[in-house]
Design a protein around this ligand. Structure first.
Ligand SMILES: CCCCCCCCCCCCCCCC(=O)SCCNC(=O)CCNC(=O)[C@H](O)C(C)(C)COP(=O)(O)OP(=O)(O)OC[C@H]1O[C@@H](n2cnc3c(N)ncnc32)[C@H](O)[C@@H]1OP(=O)(O)O
Length: 189
């Protein structure tokens, strides 16, 4: 599929500057996001669109987010990332929860490759070495297998010397687009 098709999915800020959030007046934006998730998946190599402008993992409009930039690769997805002081746990070291968030969001990009909507059901992280603030790490993820609605996915993070500093495994469960309607206040039961 061409890059042009990827841009059709672009969830970056619109020209209208609409902000996606959970407060009043944003239901239509969320509806639009849900609709965009129904489209067929892009399979081209290269930069993938964020999950939403305010996604904590990859949205450029989220000041507290990681702003991951993720590329599709031959075997899965890849991001190069440096954590900063906002993700600090112990001095100079990335908080483990934020490392897990990076893995979780990266896994969310595999869905573009699989062409299914899915959500995290379980996530396991092995912290092999401290993940240092300001240091460049390469994150890679791939789909190990699919069993019914379950997607089993694997990821790793390595430093510039190729040393693995963390790895992760997750089970994502394929859902219908209606799953995401639970985020619309007016549709909450
Ligand atoms: C078109 C392309 C678009 C691309 C673009 C998409 C963007 C779309 C995401 C955007 C964002 C991403 C960002 C990061 C990813 C989050 O952050 S996702 C957010 C965090 N996760 C959640 O909120 C999920 C909350 N949990 C739930 O809603 C429900 O528990 C679930 C996951 C939908 C499953 O509930 P359910 O539908 O009732 O399913 P259930 O019958 O319990 O189990 C389903 C299957 O999974 C199995 N299963 C359940 N739990 C487990 C487990 N722990 N281990 C193994 N198997 C299990 C069951 O055995 C069953 O298997 P089958 O019998 O079908 O083979």
């Amino acid at each position: 599929m061409s890059d042009a098709v990827i841009s059709d999915y672009d969830t970056e800020p619109s020209a209208a500057g609409g902000e996606m959030g959970l407060d009043g007046g944003t239901a239509s934006t969320l509806d639009a996001w849900i609709q965009s998730m129904s489209r067929p998946t892009p399979t081209a190599m290269g930069r993938l669109p964020s999950h939403s402008p305010t996604c904590a993992g990859c949205g450029k409009e989220n000041p507290a987010g990681l702003a991951l930039e993720v590329d599709a690769t031959e075997y899965g997805v890849r991001a190069v990332h440096r954590f900063d002081h906002r993700q600090e746990g112990a001095p100079g070291i990335t908080h483990g929860g934020l490392v897990a968030a990076a893995f979780d969001d990266l896994f969310g990009f595999l869905l573009y490759r699989v062409g299914e909507l899915a959500v995290t059901r379980s996530l396991t992280v092995e912290y092999l070495r401290p993940v240092l603030l300001g240091v460049r790490y390469e994150f890679t993820a791939r789909v190990r297998d699919q069993a019914g609605r379950r997607l089993h996915v694997d990821a790793a993070a390595s430093d510039e010397g190729g040393r693995q500093v963390a790895s992760a495994h997750a089970t994502f469960v394929i859902v219908d687009v209606e799953h995401f309607e639970q985020g619309i206040p007016a549709k909450r039961s």
